[in-house]
Ligand binder design. Structure first.
Ligand code: BEZ
Length: 210
């Protein structure tokens, strides 16, 4: 199984999707990206997930994140299934659904865990930064639907780190105090965080979200 680790460049691929042929890196451009795999078309949890993802797309777009989904089903199946998603989930599927019937992308990204299931992809999430580096990898079992509020929360945290030198503490929610990155000196922190910061310990410094 191919293993991708945080910090690796997300492998590029060209694939068939419900929105036409897609060159992954070209499609990402300078944006952030989120690639999610689902076990199979016409399965109950996946149906709810993809409807939910469609309804969250605008929130991802606000954060400059492009979203795409993938399974090892063919395009004809995807198009049929989309009708069910739209009929049952009050959603318009508004992102590319990748048809990976040859399992090329699933293999490249290690999305098949043969000891769990030899044929279906697990529920993987890969978040990719504009420099194409992998910033987050999650793996859920087929029976657990993902929490898209959590995926947005992670995006907010990743972007605070990337652009504001901030980390986020346990159970952090948007708007709550953040943690100053250990690599930032106190002198630099005074410059970066004009609202000030509280030094709970020299290594634990909190500041309002910027
Ligand atoms: C689902 O997507 O609903 C599902 C797929 C495989 C096993 C369990 C649930």
């Amino acid at each position: 199984m191919n293993t991708i680790r945080l910090g690796d460049i997300a492998p590029n691929f060209i694939a068939k999707t419900t929105e036409g042929k897609l060159d992954f890196h070209e499609w990402l451009g300078e944006s952030w990206g989120m690639l999610v795999s689902h076990p199979a078309d016409f399965t109950p949890v996946c149906t709810t997930e993809l409807g939910t993802m469609a309804n969250y797309k605008a929130e991802f777009e606000k954060r400059d994140v492009k979203v795409a989904a993938i399974s090892v089903d063919p395009l004809t199946s995807h198009f049929e299934w989309i009708k069910d998603i739209e009929q049952t989930q009050n959603a318009q599927v508004n992102f590319p659904l990748i048809a990976d019937d040859e399992r090329e992308v699933a293999t490249l990204y290690g999305m098949i865990h043969p000891n769990d299931d030899a044929t279906m992809t697990v529920r993987s999430v890969f978040i990719i930064a504009p420099d194409k580096k992998v910033k987050l990898i999650l793996t859920y079992p087929a029976s657990t639907g993902r929490n898209f509020e959590e995926l947005l929360r992670v995006m907010d945290s990743l972007q605070l780190t990337q652009y504001k030198s901030l980390a986020t503490p346990a159970n952090w929610k948007n708007g709550e105090d953040c943690v100053i990155l250990p690599s930032v000196s106190n002198e630099k922190a005074e410059e970066l965080f004009p609202k000030g910061f509280v030094e709970v310990k020299p290594y634990l410094r909190l500041t309002p979200q910027v």
